[in-house]
Design a protein around this ligand. Structure first.
Ligand SMILES: CC(C)(COP(=O)(O)OP(=O)(O)OC[C@H]1O[C@@H](n2cnc3c(N)ncnc32)[C@H](O)[C@@H]1OP(=O)(O)O)[C@@H](O)C(=O)NCCC(=O)NCCS
Length: 195
């Protein structure tokens, strides 16, 4: 084996190591545990949540959560897939940054009971702030279904800009849905509320 084949791609090696624990005013973002399965299944059994996600099926049950958790807790990926927990360590959502085809992608969802309290803005801002310290010259890609104004608003407030539109398949809806692509360029993260 030669020296070149021993080098890992730069994007992966920078994110190597354990996933971080990030605290904000109201939340703790922490690595997942298999014991989060019931809470995740409870949140994602709600079609109001899964219909806004591209790759989550509906109906969604505990086995789906366990299948996802086995990978998320394996330590085999460079991704950050953090549980959003409140003051009592109750699992209320997920925020993730995943390496897909050489680009970093942001994703997130929140249990419906906790919507409209600014929680996800707080969680995503903190996650991106930590990511940008680790990877200061790297863009973060994301996107929203065209019928998700809350998510688009959240991203625009944090500095994301729209880059285009496409049709992508939604597992939960079992149909193609118009998707707005977005990107956060290096240095563009808004460092205000929640950051
Ligand atoms: C999208 C989602 C994460 C937002 O979480 P949240 O904690 O309710 O968001 P916040 O309270 O931080 O609000 C973010 C912004 O969206 C706005 N907003 C929230 N709900 C809204 C709605 N239904 N319509 C329009 N704007 C809305 C808020 O006013 C806020 O804007 P502001 O900062 O200018 O006041 C949550 O609704 C959710 O999990 N939805 C289902 C899954 C999903 O859509 N995931 C993202 C896929 S791209």
């Amino acid at each position: 084996m030669n020296a070149i084949s021993l080098q890992r791609p730069k994007t992966q090696s920078l994110m190597a190591g354990p996933q971080p624990v990030i605290t904000t005013d109201r939340l703790t973002l922490r690595p997942h545990r298999l014991s989060d399965a019931d809470a995740i299944a409870g949140s994602l059994s709600d079609f109001a949540v899964t219909r806004m996600l591209a790759r989550v099926p509906a109906p969604y049950d505990r086995q789906d959560a366990l299948d996802w958790l086995v990978v998320a807790t394996s330590g085999s990926l460079p991704d950050w897939q953090l549980a959003i927990t409140d003051g009592d360590d109750t699992h209320i959502g997920v925020v993730s940054i995943e390496l897909r085809h050489g680009r970093w992608h942001l994703g997130y969802w929140l249990n419906r009971y906790y919507w409209r309290r600014g929680y996800m803005s707080e969680a995503v801002a903190a996650m991106l702030e930590r990511f940008s310290r680790r990877m200061p010259e790297t863009s973060v890609h994301s996107g929203v279904f065209a019928d998700n104004p809350a998510s688009l608003r959240l991203q625009e407030r944090l500095g994301f800009r729209m880059t285009g539109c496409s049709e992508i398949y939604s597992f939960a809806r079992n149909t193609m849905v118009t998707h707005v692509e977005t990107v956060l360029k290096p240095g563009a993260l808004w460092q205000g509320k929640g950051a």
